[in-house]
Structure formats: C-alpha cells, structure tokens
Write a protein that binds this ligand. Structure first.
Ligand SMILES: *Cc1c(COP(=O)(O)O)cnc(C)c1O
Length: 378
C-alpha cells in the first residue's frame, strides 16, 4: 500500500535512539533540552516546550492563556479535532470560522465579519486557533492585526507547517501568535513517534507551559516560594498534567530536524510535479506555493467516493482531510449542524489527499497519476 503520507527513518535516527537507551536518562533529560534548542534555532524563536503530543501542546497553551469556562475559542472547521477539543478541555465554548476554498485556511473575510457581529453581541472569543492547512501559511499578519483590534489571543496550529515560510521567515517564530504549536506524529513533517511542541516569544508563558507539562511543579530557584528548604525541594503552584516528552522521542526528533530542509525540498519538488502533471485531469489543485511545507497534497474531485474506492482497491492509501469538525457527532450534540459552514462542507465533499512524502519516488508518482487518470474516467 502506498500511503498519503509516512515517516522517513534513517540509520542515524535509529542510532540516536539507541544511544539514549544506553544513557542514564530515558524520560525528559538532555536530549529533550537539545531538541528544544534545535526547534528554537530552526524557527528563530526564544522558547520551545517539548511535550508528548501536539494535542498536549494545544491544551497547555490554552490553560497558560487563561482559557476557562465562559470563554470562547474559535478555530477552522477544516482541521483535526484536536484544534477544537483543546477549548473543550478548558470548559470553553467552541465555534468555527468558515474557510477560504483556495487554501482550506480560515477565511480572513469570514473572520472579520464574525468578529464584528460578536463585538455587537458581546460574544468575542478569548482565543483564535488558525490552522495552516496542508502547510500553506494563513495570513498571520492580518489575523494578528485583528487580534489587536478585538483583543483575543492567538494559538497558531502549525502541525502541518514545520518548514513552511512566510515573508522569508520560518513558521514557528511566533511573532504573530502568543503560542505556535507543532505535532510530530509520523505523518507530519518530522516525527518523534508521538510528540509536539509549543513555541512562544513570551518568557512568562514559556515558564507556565513548562510547569503545566509536569503537574504544575517547579524546582527553579527563581520561582520557589520557600527558597531555603534544601536541594530536594519542589513546589506545585497550580494543577498541571504529565505531558513530558521522553528523551527517546526527543533524540529521534533531534535527528529528524537535521533532515527537515531536505524533507521539505523533496515534498516541494513532488508538489510541483503534481501541479504540472494534473493540469490535464478534471481535478482542482492547491495553490502552487513554493513556500508551503506540503504536509498534504489535497485535490478536489466531483465524484470523490468512486475515485477514493478505485484508488484504495489499486493499493493507494489516499485519505480525506478533514471531515468538518462541526459535523462530528460530539459537536452536533453541542448544537452545530450541516449548512453552518458551507465552504468547509464543500471542501470536504470534494477533497482527496493523494500520496506525498519524502521517500515517494518520481516513478511511483507517475504510476499513481496514471491510476488516478483511469479512476477519473467516466
Ligand atoms: C496532527 C494534528 C494535531 C494533533 O497532533 P497530535 O500530535 O496527533 O496530538 C493538531 N492539529 C492538527 C491540524 C493536526 O494535523
């Protein structure tokens, strides 16, 4: 089976994990610190908090920003459920902003309209979570300007966008967000098996998130209430979780991030080949963006169901990203219904993610395109 995406693990990756197994630290230790530093260097961001999943990063970002019951979090309906669920963990109400069908990202016009209405109704969000769908950056300067005008926080869900660039800078610098999060699930740009990170430029937020990932505990002398208790002393200041990344996972991440630029280059080259070669087929293609990270290559097809079935039967693990979050039974029980976000619903109905990953060979890609063109014949 050729999947829509998969990890690429080298001999060096394996050796890096083995050397941690031979060391003194298995859980959060020196490899985690080194991986965090590598994320900071890559993204040109002063603080990185590595955690055990992208979902955990979203959760501690919400808590650190004070999201709680009675507050509102808005995100895109075209995302993985985690971007919305993090609001529910905090007891906040979740709502969605319809998408721009060109990119699949939250529409800036729809966001403006909804904010204006919410200001009138006194229902403004506390947190907005834009998602860089497939690794195409959202218009972050525009969303940042709106956050100043309306007074909301931004958590940038960059799960797809490690390695993407906007205005010559790598996504992850967090200049237009309070927190930017990454996921290192195997299908994402680099992997730690399971893992994630929260990036921020704000020292106080970083400190709070680093405590939230380990029960709300600190041992740092600057933060202790009792400074002279002894070397064993630690204090829990608020309620946190065990969201730590292990050094095994971090060592894999540290080895993977060294290959990130080459992963991105390979994905961009494959995306550009798709862009030219799919022109003759009755499908819509994504914007040909040289600065995207290309986590996914999503095409639009009228008869999606039969094409999906044909490709699956031919050995291609194509996928659909995403079932709009508001149409999940859990969110429908909270009051959402079909028709609420029509652009997202059409984007879903026609969407298909086709194979794109760093080790996908050009000959394999050409063979896939031939099968796709057969699948599209009436
Ligand atoms: C993968 C993903 C997440 C969650 O990441 P995990 O590491 O699987 O918890 C969140 N948001 C988006 C958009 C994702 O694609």
């Amino acid at each position: 089976m050729i999947p829509y995406s998969r990890q690429s693990i080298s001999r060096e990756d394996m050796d890096a994990v083995i050397s941690v197994l031979e060391s003194d630290f298995l859980t959060q230790g020196p490899a985690t610190t080194a991986f965090e530093q590598a994320l900071c260097d890559y993204s040109q961001c002063p603080h990185a908090i590595a955690v055990n999943s992208g979902t955990s990063a979203l959760h501690i970002a919400c808590i650190a920003l004070g999201l709680s019951e009675g507050d509102r979090l808005w995100t895109s309906p075209i995302t993985f459920v985690a971007s919305a669920n993090c609001g529910r963990y905090c007891g906040a109400q979740v709502d969605f902003v319809d998408i721009d069908p060109q990119t699949g990202n939250m529409s800036i016009d729809a966001l403006k309209t909804k904010l204006k209405q919410a200001q009138h109704d006194n229902t403004l969000p506390k947190v907005v979570v834009p998602v860089h769908f497939a690794g195409h950056p959202c218009d972050m300067p525009a969303i940042h300007a709106l956050s100043k005008q309306y007074g909301f926080h931004i958590i940038e869900d960059a799960s797809h966008a490690l390695g993407a660039e906007q205005d010559g800078e790598k996504i992850g610098h967090a200049k237009y967000a309070d927190v930017t999060i990454f996921s290192f699930h195997p299908v994402k740009m680099i992997t730690t098996a399971e893992g994630g990170a929260a990036m921020t430029r704000q020292a106080e937020l970083a400190q709070r998130m680093s405590m939230l990932r380990t029960h709300g505990i600190t041992k740092h002398p600057d933060y202790l209430e009792k400074k002279d208790e002894g070397g064993w002393h630690y204090e829990q200041h608020f309620l946190g979780w065990n969201y730590r990344m292990s050094d095994l996972h971090a060592a894999l991440g540290l080895s993977q991030i060294k290959q990130l630029d080459s992963f991105v280059q390979k994905r961009r080259a494959l995306a550009s080949r798709y862009h030219t070669r799919l022109k003759e087929l009755p499908v819509t293609t994504p914007p040909n963006n040289d600065h995207a990270s290309w986590h996914l290559y999503r095409i639009g097809i009228q008869e999606r169901r039969s094409v999906y079935d044909y490709l699956q039967q031919s050995g291609y693990g194509v996928q659909v990203h995403y079932i709009p979050v508001h149409l999940q039974p859990y969110y429908q029980k909270l009051g959402f219904k079909a028709g609420d976000f029509p652009q997202a619903e059409t984007f879903y109905a026609e969407g298909l993610s086709i194979p794109l990953y760093q080790d996908f060979q050009y000959e394999e890609q050409d063979a896939f395109i031939q099968t796709l063109s057969k699948a599209l014949q009436p």
